[in-house]
Design a protein around this ligand. Sequence first.
Ligand SMILES: O=C(O)CCC(=O)C(=O)O
Length: 273
Amino acid sequence: MPNSLTEAQVEQFWNDGYVTPFDCLTTDEAAECRRKLEEFEASVDGPIDEYIRIKCHLAFKWLEDIAHHPKILDAVEDLIGPDILLYLSTFWFKDAKDGKFVSWHQDSAYYGLDPHDVITLWLAFTDATPENGCMKVLPGSHKWPDQQHVETYDENNLLSRGQTIAGLNEDDAVLMPLKAGQFSMHHERQLHASGPNVTDDRRMGMSFTFMPTRVKCVLDRRSATLVRGTDEFKNWDYDPKPRHDLDPVCMETIQHWIRAYADPDVPQEAVRG
Ligand SMILES: O=C(O)CCC(=O)C(=O)O
């Protein structure tokens, strides 16, 4: 075991459903990530999530390297053991005052993963603050029963279906601010959300969904990337590995999953009994 987390931090993750913050990239490295992502956006003349929204680590070789960063994988290993798959990764960008938000939801509601020993790690490329819409969580909510999600398709909601747990009491919500280069981790069943960015600069970060190799998808057979250890269970196909940035094979995999996640006919797990 790497022991990059203290026992208290491991305990906090399983008791409260989240643990934060952890240092990973230097400020310069985080700024370089931002520069490269904005360079891509300039080349396509539009926001990145119109092109690359799911399994984003496949789009850029340098990002796949970050997904293997020892500080990230050591922390994840301390929570779920040494055999680790990366299922999804998503960009979460909010432009200055663009009104975008993320409604209260559980990542688990749509993934169909079993068991739920799954971690969402959120890495900040810019500072994430209460003012620019950092994430917030409801501590302990990963132990609540599965929640109903209403699909609003609100255009300001960064979630692809605008899935929302309505009528929540937010009094106990905890904000998870991060400095550029830091990450937080939350449990796949944790209720979380984020408000709008009311500042004059972008808020930029991305999430990685890590799981032990024993986890399977109960909806159908899907693909993931083995990022550490060995896979004795073979529950997953393997994603292609980017040979270079914007590798066409990887870009086709990304487009396939963007279509699938927005398609109401593709099986999604709305509520688990
Ligand atoms: O970036 C945000 O504000 C929300 C991210 C989120 O919902 C997630 O990482 O699961």
